[in-house]
Design a binder for this molecule. Structure first.
Ligand SMILES: NCCC[C@H](NC(=O)CCC(=O)O)C(=O)O
Ligand SMILES: NC(=O)OP(=O)(O)O
Length: 313
């Protein structure tokens, strides 16, 4: 495997989930695999979990990792070809990625969408520029359209907590104060459908996700109906996709709380974090027995370790 950027197929997903569970039991079982190798973790946006969990994963595999917060500590990058660079951006992606390609064995990149240029975001332009001009194997640390390490950790968490072979998994839109990317929702849908779960997506009218990610899911605009008998409820805000990057709904009644789960007594609740408490999700759920958010965050280490081990092979 050269790129870990998206869901590929169920058999690879199952293999990665198993590998992550093995690493969770014995984190240092492959601590020679990455010996002498170096990974560059490049962040164009903030991070808590992804940064730390991927560094721990690399360390568990005997690899050195170097973090570069490119949004704050590096030169502003020009991504477009053929530009006359007489404005604010000091370095071209061709030059920067070429240099980084010579320093590292693997690159990992976080690059959120602009939420203004739908075409460039939809084709994951920045991720592809880094891949092309560095020539290195690449791991996505959340791109414009996907967050595959989060999704793998989410699948591991579902695998650990599911009570039936094909659980009912509900992805529900939640309110937020800002326009938020689609990556987590897209990726969660892509992986959960791909892993064979019974997936329902619920959101207000106008919040349809890119259909590339939702084929095979039931779309239900009535949140109460969608939540009935759910085994897992994944709470997430995203901005509109069709009216790209817009906030169309501020209806606070979409926030998930205990009362909304009265028809889903066994439902476990998931969120990738960071979460806006009492905007997206109530304190009572986050601090109660239904919440899996800390399990998800812990599993980020083993998901990253499983993905990295595939790239090192
Ligand atoms: N990597 C996890 C989520 C990152 C991002 N959340 C955010 O930007 C939240 C920002 C805030 O709440 O101000 C998202 O949902 O795609
Ligand atoms: N869930 C997640 O990716 O968190 P960070 O943005 O803090 O890395």
């Amino acid at each position: 495997m050269k790129y870990y950027t998206q869901f590929e197929n169920k058999s690879l997903a199952d293999q990665l989930i198993q590998k992550a569970l093995e690493y969770k039991k014995a984190p240092l079982s492959d601590n020679n695999l990455g010996r002498g190798k170096r990974i560059g973790l490049l962040f164009l946006n903030p991070s808590l979990r992804t940064r730390v969990s991927t560094q721990i994963a690399a360390s568990n595999l005997g690899m050195e990792s170097i973090v570069l917060n490119m949004d704050k500590e590096s030169w502003a990058l020009e991504m477009e070809d053929g530009v006359i660079m007489n404005q604010g951006k000091a370095e071209h992606i061709r030059d920067a990625a070429g240099v980084l390609g010579s320093y590292f064995d693997i690159l990992a990149l976080r690059a959120f969408p602009s939420l203004t240029n739908k075409d460039e975001d939809s084709e994951d332009f920045i991720l592809h520029q880094f891949a092309k001009h560095s020539g290195l194997p690449l791991i996505s640390l959340e791109s414009a359209i996907r967050h595959p390490l989060q999704s793998l950790a989410d699948m591991v968490t579902i695998q650990e907590h599911k009570q039936k072979e094909k659980p009912k998994v509900v992805l529900t839109w939640a309110p937020h104060i800002k326009a938020i990317p689609h990556a987590v929702a897209n990726s969660f849908a892509e992986w959960s459908i791909g892993c064979g779960h019974d997936v329902t997506i619920t959101h207000p009218e106008g919040y349809e996700l890119d259909e590339r990610f939702t084929q095979g899911a039931t779309i239900e605009h009535d949140q109460d109906k969608a939540l009935a008998n759910a085994d897992f409820v994944y709470v997430k805000n995203w901005s509109a996709f069709n009216e790209y990057g817009k906030i169309l709904c501020t209806d606070e009644s979409w926030m998930l709380n205990e009362q909304k789960l009265s028809q889903a007594p066994n439902a476990k609740v998931m969120h990738c974090l960071p979460v806006r408490r009492n905007v997206e999700l109530s304190d009572e759920i986050l601090d109660g027995p239904r919440s899996l958010v800390q399990h998800q965050a812990k599993n980020r280490v083993f998901a990253a370790q499983a993905a990295l081990s595939e790239l090192l092979k």
